[in-house]
Design a protein around this ligand. Structure first.
Ligand code: FES
Length: 194
């Protein structure tokens, strides 16, 4: 038979220990929150960029606006984002309802052709069966050079990505037909280079 006295003593000892345990506590303390510290150290390893970043590279989100020079400002930079140069629009991409047509007289060939403002002189001349000179077709040589006899080239054509002619040469009427889009009626002499 169970000794009720011994059982009672054992139960009271265990109960006392449990009560003491909770009164004194365990002495355990939670470690400090280091999550912010880790985030800042990770952010310091990410190189700065000149474009807005998505949320994943910023502390606290929305970090793109502090991409450049957002530190101490000691060098006089304001920390503003650099504006990207707007990309040059090709006349070839103009909407169909904005296309205009002009009379282009080819002096040496003795012919006049109506040309659209969204296609190069070289392309349209070839479509009309003309044998016009060219090489790169990218405005990087002078093989397709011609001279507009009605004034400055820029008053009569739009050059798209012309990299060869100097400003003074275009002022004299020289144009590169492979990258020139007409914007006026004019007379042109093919095979003329500055
Ligand atoms: S073909 Fe080379 S610049 Fe026109």
């Amino acid at each position: 038979m169970v000794d009720l006295v011994a059982f009672g003593i054992a139960a009271s000892v265990v109960g006392s220990l449990v009560v003491l345990h909770f009164i004194k506590g365990t002495g355990w303390q939670s470690s400090p929150d280091i999550s912010q510290d880790i985030l800042e150290r990770r952010a310091a390893t990410v190189p700065e960029t000149s474009f807005p970043e998505p949320m994943n590279r910023s502390i606290g989100g929305g970090g793109g606006a502090v991409a450049i020079g957002a530190g101490d400002g000691a060098d006089g930079e304001s920390g503003e984002l650099e504006e990207a140069e707007p990309e040059e629009q090709s006349p070839a991409d103009m909407p169909e309802d904005e296309v205009e047509y002009f009379e282009i007289e080819f002096a040496k060939e003795g012919t006049t052709i109506e040309m659209a403002s969204n296609e190069t002189i070289l392309d349209q001349g070839e479509e009309e069966g003309m044998d016009l000179p060219y090489a790169c077709r990218q405005g990087q040589c002078v093989s397709c050079s011609a001279k507009i006899t009605d004034g400055a080239a820029e008053d009569n054509v739009v050059h798209f990505k012309q990299e060869t002619l100097a400003e003074g040469e275009m002022d004299q009427g020289y144009t590169l037909t492979c990258v020139a889009y007409p914007i006026a009626d004019f007379t042109i002499e093919t095979g003329e280079a500055p």
